[in-house]
Design a protein around this ligand. Structure first.
Ligand code: FAD
Length: 615
């Protein structure tokens, strides 16, 4: 963003205040790629504002090819909808981009910034800024710093569930726009923005490969770019890939690969970050390590990630994917913990698992287990004493060359290796389901869930999710008190319960983990609300009751994607880590401009003491 855009933001906010406009609808600001003079912007903006939309019904039509666009999407009153849209000069040469300028598109851009996947919180920003570069991000932050009250939230893909990427009355940076900027077209832009970086490997004789990716790129885009163009891929993923690189690195980024390859925050070589003082810095474990580790798992508090350098490895061709069923939680956890502590040459590449209901309920029960879909779950194989909740362990072994299946005769075949590795496990014999799928298909498996959820409407319904890390010390008790005690009827969505290793997480990052022991579990209660199901308030209250039970029983746990207020944050981090978090905030975002939706630090007026003294 150039100086003109910075001033435009301030001008817009000034006008908004002067006119007494409410924040019912945010402005959407798309900085131009080329320099636009401040006076041109200002005079066009002012001229447009002086023409009453009531008197000029033709006014809402966007003009393509000018230096910017101003749209009233509702031809009534600016308070209803006022969108300022600055178009890049390249738009004129790209007729398809004109579609992006439709009032409906712009209205949608403003609307989505006020909500998130959780659907529980609504916070309307004053403006949505669509940055085209790290400079734009820096300009927006500096513009906010000039005001006494404005905050700035980076919004990845808005897949938070408690308003973490929102900024009520502030500026929301649409990070997808950063990923979508390219010299020729916005379509498929994230992929054209990615770059392969090769460095000599330590010790010589070969090289390491990295992907330089925009902070607003989706992991799905990273996957397709890496595999299609280079046969390479990152090692660590999330289950669902339509999340942004900057968004998951600000939290952790976990999946079944985490036990072996570490979470996503352990799979980054370098970051480009715009800190809360509006400075753009490149950091790594060797250069500005404090900033690097602060930002990883930092809940967006210290800087906006505009670029990440992700190590790449040879991409497998296919995956042998297996699920087996347990009636006993003790057997399930013993086997899962054994699997995640095997040496690398005897380990699976992926270990996950979930609890499900011992019934034929299509969402919560037996039908949720078989892979591929359509296979039959033979409940008569369950032991007589099986309780109301069962457990499914899920493992995957990567294949690097295409092999015909079945490959029973080949000792090295993934199927036989997988069976050998599973032989000692104590799952219910006969209740095993396996498939060989392409690597990209395996990593994209949740897309099918999304399609179905979109079809039945549950994707757009509220998602009162609860994610916890629970120490292995307390997981059996947690199972008794919470999973069997409170959730035995299921939650209308997956109840993930699987182990990972603390030694794979760098203690210098900002992520808070349970204190005791090497093994802890991810417990993810991924609730999808269905028509006729429990009211959202009830589910939110049940999440509260689960947290209360964890505290009352003295469990060693931490919230993953925490949603706290006030003093709860210091309790979440614990004394030592909280002190470090506060110090880092003072260093990198002294006015507490960034990520206000996390509700950790109040915004400090410019020139006043650091917000950290206020907590
Ligand atoms: P947002 O929700 O937009 O942002 C999250 C936070 O990060 C906000 O505070 C925001 O301000 C900040 N932020 C966003 N971008 C940046 C940036 N570039 N720089 C600095 N701060 C930034 N998580 C897992 O670990 N594993 C999973 O398997 C997994 N599966 C999921 C499946 C679904 C269907 C959903 C909805 C979520 C899942 N998540 C998972 C959670 C996901 O990691 C979080 O929602 C996370 O917030 C990333 O989403 P996002 O990119 O949309 O970020």
């Amino acid at each position: 963003m150039n100086e003109s855009t910075e001033r435009l933001i301030l001008l817009c906010l000034f006008l908004e205040k002067r006119e007494g406009w409410t924040s019912a609808c945010p402005l959407v600001i798309n900085p131009p790629a080329t320099q636009t003079s401040t006076s041109a912007v200002t005079s066009q903006y002012t001229a447009s504002c002086s023409a009453s939309p009531l008197q000029s019904p033709a006014w809402p039509r966007p003009r393509v090819g000018g230096c910017f666009h101003l749209l009233h999407t509702a031809p009534c009153h600016p308070a209803k909808m006022m969108l300022a849209y600055m178009d890049r000069a390249t738009a004129a040469a790209e007729p398809e981009d004109a579609g992006e300028l439709s009032p409906a598109t712009m209205a949608a851009a403003g609307r989505v910034a006020a909500i998130d996947f959780g659907g529980l919180v609504r916070a309307v920003p004053a403006a949505v800024v669509r940055p085209a570069s790290a400079d734009d991000v820096a300009s927006a932050i500096r513009a906010a710093a000039l005001t006494p009250h404005l905050t700035v939230a980076a919004r990845g893909n808005g897949h938070s569930v408690a308003g973490q990427a929102m900024a009520e009355g502030g500026l929301v940076l649409d990070m997808r726009s950063l990923a979508a900027t390219s010299s020729s077209s916005r379509r498929g832009g994230a992929q054209t923005m990615m770059q392969l970086v090769q460095c000599p490997s330590e010790g010589g004789g070969g090289h390491c490969c990295f992907a330089d990716v925009p902070g607003g790129a989706l992991w799905e885009e990273v996957l397709h770019w890496g595999v299609d163009n280079h046969g390479l891929a990152p090692a660590s993923w999330t289950d669902y890939l339509r999340l942004t690189v900057g968004g998951t690195l600000s939290n952790g980024g976990v999946s079944g690969q985490s036990f072996r390859y570490g979470p996503q925050v352990s799979n980054v070589a370098e970051l480009e970050v715009v800190t809360g003082d509006g400075e753009c810095r490149v950091c790594s474990p060797a250069s500005h390590p404090d900033l690097f580790f602060a930002v990883l798992g930092g809940l967006g508090q210290f800087g906006v990630i505009t670029r990440a350098r992700i190590p790449l490895h040879k991409a497998p061709k296919a995956v042998r994917w297996t699920r087996v069923v347990y009636a006993s939680f003790a057997d399930y956890t013993a086997d899962a913990e054994w699997l995640v502590t095997r040496p690398p040459d005897a380990a699976f590449d992926y270990v996950e698992g979930f609890a499900f209901v011992n019934s034929d309920d299509p969402v919560n029960g037996w039908p949720s287990v078989p892979i591929p879909g359509g296979a039959r779950f033979d409940a008569s194989l369950l032991p007589a004493g099986a309780g109301p909740v069962l457990y499914c362990l899920e493992v995957a072994l990567y294949q690097y060359a295409h092999r015909p299946e079945p490959d029973d005769d080949e000792d090295q075949g993934a199927a036989s290796v997988s069976r050998r590795m599973m032989a000692p496990l104590k799952y219910v014999r006969g209740l095993e389901f396996a498939a060989v799928v392409g690597y990209v298909d395996f990593l994209s498996r949740v897309n099918r869930v999304e399609e179905e959820a979109r079809r039945n409407g549950s994707w757009d319904a509220p998602h009162p999710w609860l994610n916890l890390f629970v120490s292995a010390r307390d997981i059996a008790d947690f199972d008794r008190a919470v999973i069997k005690g409170m959730l035995a009827d299921g939650i209308d969505g997956p109840m993930l319960v699987y182990p990972m290793l603390k030694s794979k997480w760098d203690p210098n990052t900002s992520v808070a983990l349970p204190e005791k022991g090497e093994i802890f579990y991810l417990v993810a209660l991924l609730r999808f609300c269905r028509p006729g199901g429990p009211a959202v308030d009830e589910l939110v209250a049940q999440n509260g009751a689960i947290l209360s039970a964890c505290r009352a029983n003295g469990y060693d746990y931490k919230a993953y994607f925490p949603s706290y207020r006030g003093g709860e944050w210091s309790r979440h981090f614990g004394a030592g880590r909280w002190r470090r978090f506060v110090d880092r905030k003072a260093r990198y975002d002294p006015l507490a401009i960034l990520a206000p939706g996390q509700k950790i630090f109040p915004r400090a007026p410019a020139g006043r003491p650091s917000p950290c003294s206020l907590v």
